[in-house]
Design a protein around this ligand. Structure first.
Ligand code: HEC
Length: 124
């Protein structure tokens, strides 16, 4: 009986370890959050897109993240207010996804986007 019990434990561990090899989205370690900050779409989010994304995301190769187009293209389609970590606009441009690996957010940028979503993804 005891042997079977141990075997069962070993099996559970085995399953856990194997499941870790799945190629799932693993969020990067994000920098600490300033909980007092109110994140602004215009001041905090759009500059990230303008500096890093609009080379491709200008409407022809990929949906536009240019100033004026971006908000309407992101909200509500790419944002999940109930589960902000599952928002495509946060999770997709990160390491471990199909998105081009050289065009992902820096951890601080990912944190900024995530906090903005958590605060309601407002057009502020
Ligand atoms: C080298 C070109 C390139 C760059 C730079 C780039 N992307 Fe993309 N991205 C693409 C392509 C191509 C697709 C797939 C086509 C599409 O969904 O429009 C895509 C898809 C996406 C998607 C998935 C959309 C969906 O429907 O789920 C998101 C979100 C995204 N990009 C965000 C970003 C963000 C944010 C940046 C800047 C940090 C960025 N991308 C930079 C080329 C790029």
């Amino acid at each position: 009986m005891k042997k079977q019990y141990l075997l069962f434990i070993a099996l559970i561990f085995g399953v856990c370890f194997c499941s870790c090899t799945y190629d799932e989205f693993v969020p990067e370690e994000l920098p600490p959050v300033d909980t007092t900050k109110v994140y602004s779409f215009a001041a905090d989010i759009q500059p990230i897109f303008t500096d890093n994304c609009t080379g491709c995301h200008s409407g022809s190769i990929a949906f536009s993240l240019k100033e004026g187009d971006s908000y309407g293209n992101i909200v509500p389609d790419l944002v999940n207010l109930n589960n902000p970590e599952e928002s495509d606009i946060y999770s997709f441009p990160q390491a471990g996804t199909e998105h081009s690996s050289t065009n992902n957010y820096e951890p601080a940028q990912a944190q900024t986007v995530l906090q903005w979503i958590k605060q309601g993804a407002k057009n502020n």
